[in-house]
Design a binder for this molecule. Sequence first.
Ligand code: HEM
Ligand code: HEM
Length: 175
Amino acid sequence: MKKQFTRSAIILHWIIAVSTIFLFVSSWWMLALPYNEFRVFPFQLHKNVGLTLALLLSLLLYVRLQHKPDPIQSPAYTQWMHKLASFTHIALYVLIFVGCISGFMSSSFSGWGTTIWWAIELSEWGWEDRELNELFSTVHLWTCWALLAVIILHVAGAVYHAFRRDGVVDRMLHL
Ligand code: HEM
Ligand code: HEM
């Protein structure tokens, strides 16, 4: 029998997609706010969604390695398409993880604490350090731009397959 993406992989994929888009939108919103107490909530929300995303992506990787779907079999799906798709998927995993780690590191040297979903105070192992904060902020910013470029490539690929109706997009739609 043909092995497809499992139901949990599909659900995780869509939660991850929505969370990632939210992180981009929320970052531009939170950074545009004036320096006052109203900045605290959007920053906490961004950090919490980001940290949860790292957990969800680890889960997707685990589920995906446990139940490997069959590769796409179609004469129209050429060797270079397989290579481009693999490169894009690996880049998505790597860039999301690096984005989460750099954001966490930047936040750890900002002097501001993080409360996990307003319930658990995360231990503050870092300290207030302007230089380290700026270093990790720069890594965070550039990783996120690279991630945005790969997401555009990924979605463009999905749109291309949707127009061809070759069943590739259905792999991530049918539960
Ligand atoms: C921010 C947005 C998105 C992110 C971060 C994302 C992330 C990912 C990742 C990490 C994979 C690899 C899964 C694996 O094989 O382990 C994947 C696969 C896939 N994604 Fe997305 N995705 C996004 C948006 C979308 C959208 C909008 C669509 C289409 C409408 C889409 C369709 C697919 C499909 C069809 C696959 C499976 C390709 C295959 O069959 O091998 N994704 N996505
Ligand atoms: C893949 C996941 C993430 C994405 C796509 C993302 C996206 C972004 C973007 C686009 C910015 C604006 C960058 C700028 O203009 O300087 C930003 C800023 C920020 N993000 Fe994230 N973020 C992610 C994960 C995280 C995580 C996990 C944390 C912390 C736990 C975090 C903390 C911050 C902080 C504190 C800022 C403010 C400026 C800075 O220090 O860089 N982010 N994020």
